[in-house]
Write a protein that binds this ligand. Structure first.
Ligand SMILES: Nc1nc2c(c(=O)[nH]1)N[C@H]1C(S)=C(S)[C@@H](COP(=O)(O)O)O[C@H]1N2
Ligand SMILES: [Mo]
Length: 200
């Protein structure tokens, strides 16, 4: 019995070890990391925009946004403060859905949020099933502290690249560092290459 138990645990730990990027530890908690107070925008004053270098800007009210097709995704998330949380379950609208048919010469994007937070990334990191605007976490409306009513989810980059309380995506033909990026954090932020700070 104990041999079976030990063997089973060993395999499971090995399986999750290659899901944990270098320098990270796994937590079961869901820490809140916010650079400022939690904004509380009422849903009837909430909207979501695609703007910048686009043929025509797009905008959805909350009702319109919630009428878009959404999907449930289960992903591991990695914070630059070194916690990794495995198998987090979200529901959101794929960024592919929001950008479908948009004509743009942009190669970079700034996510912008209520409260003034911004974060930058290459446009291609938001495409092809890699990013969502999430509005549910584990089957419940996303809590304000975790970014509700809606936040970005880009799980393949450090989690500061997933703006909480997001209100839009600005498409740009150049890279423009966001809130943490001007303060020394890496412009790209790949956890597998430990791109935490400038020069990493
Ligand atoms: N608007 C906004 N988005 C944000 C942040 C923030 O301070 N403000 N912090 C970032 C960081 S550093 C992390 S790790 C995650 C934390 O999300 P959580 O509080 O839901 O764990 O949100 C990211 N998005
Ligand atoms: Mo973070």
């Amino acid at each position: 019995m104990s041999i079976i138990t030990r063997g089973f645990r060993g395999r499971r730990e090995a399986a999750s070890a290659d899901r944990v990027p270098p320098g990270q530890y796994v937590t079961r908690d869901f820490p809140v990391l916010s650079a400022g107070p939690t904004p509380h925008t009422p849903l009837d004053r909430w909207d979501f925009s695609i703007d910048g270098e686009v043929d025509e800007p797009r905008r959805w009210t909350w009702e319109e946004f919630r009428a878009l097709p959404s999907e449930e995704v289960t992903r591991d998330i990695h914070c630059v403060t070194k916690w990794t949380k495995l198998d987090t379950v979200w529901r959101g609208v794929s960024v592919d859905t929001l950008l479908d048919g948009v004509e743009t010469s942009a190669d970079h994007v700034v996510q912008y949020s209520d409260g003034g937070y911004t974060t930058n990334l290459p446009l291609e990191d938001l495409l092809d099933g890699k990013a969502w605007i999430a509005f549910e976490y584990e089957g419940e409306p996303l809590e304000p502290a975790h970014g509700g009513p809606a936040r970005v989810l880009v799980p393949h980059l450090y989690f500061w690249k997933s703006a909480k309380w997001v209100r839009g995506l600005r498409l740009l033909d150049h890279d423009e560092p966001g809130f943490w990026e001007v303060n020394g954090y890496h412009h790209y932020g790949d956890p597998w290459r430990e791109q935490r700070y400038w020069g990493d």
